[in-house]
Design a protein around this ligand. Sequence first.
Ligand SMILES: [Zn+2]
Length: 331
Amino acid sequence: MNFCSRCVLPDTFPGISFDEKGVCNYCRNNPAPDKETRKLYLDRFNELVEESRGKGPFDVIMAYSGGKDSTYTMLMLKQRYNLSILAVTFDNGFISEQAKRNIDRMTTEVGAARLILAPPFELMKRVFRLSATKDIYSIKALDRASSICTSCIGIIKSIVLKAALNMKIPLVAFGWSPGQAPITSAIMRTNPRLQVITHKTIRDPLIKNVGDEIRPYFLTDDDLTVHKSFWPTNIHPLAFTEYNEEEIYKTIKGLGWVKPEDTDPNSTNCLLNALANYIHRKRFGFHPYAWEIAGIVRMGYMERDEGMKKVTKEEDMKMVKYAADLLGITL
Ligand SMILES: [Zn+2]
């Protein structure tokens, strides 16, 4: 397998091509945001925070996995901006016990309200079994995450948006790393038309295959099409602040966050990740974190060698089997 000489994307990645120096088209077309651009977003963010403060029962609702990036984001929203936070955790049945302790401890430490939504495990197992075994999403929808993660993240985004709409919370925060989502989407008002499309891509195949029991976790067509004067603004501040993994770990560990020992190296909260990655690599021939890690490397936040190690490392088969057994999947 050949890899881009600048980032870590392999020749198996959809739509990739290389120039004579071995640099991929994604590197050429996605220059890292410079300092001025980041400053521009930071200024806009500061304004938005002041406009939003006190406008809802909470200033911000956030998707809180208990992992390192969302923990750091929550901390920043509190310590730098003193926002009142509702942290929503979606318990997909595979959250590591240590991650659960981190969720309790960090929300308490930060002074955020904590809401944990845990659907029946049998229902989640059906969702993940389906995602793992059937091609319910197009390859285009899967170039940045595995099918299992796509289902889970789709549900989380919907739940958080639904709660924000119902409670009229002006800001919806995510802890996306700078590689997961571009700076251009770091501050963006919810676009109902775009939501209709993502619901068609994720909600509809899940309802079709899993049944109506999964419906309550998504927005309805009415929610999406009826004119609403209120739409919250999505934010992911890690896109325009300094992103340094070492610094993130140091800061959150200083507050009592403990790195789970039982998760895949690419996740700091979920026990399903190893299986999700394993299946994705087998099916498509590239690591589902390749896009994210390539972005972080491109922006200079991670050495290429370290990124290469992450995208070429084989999964721990004990973790893969653990999740496969729980889902009743034979590998
Ligand atoms: Zn590249």
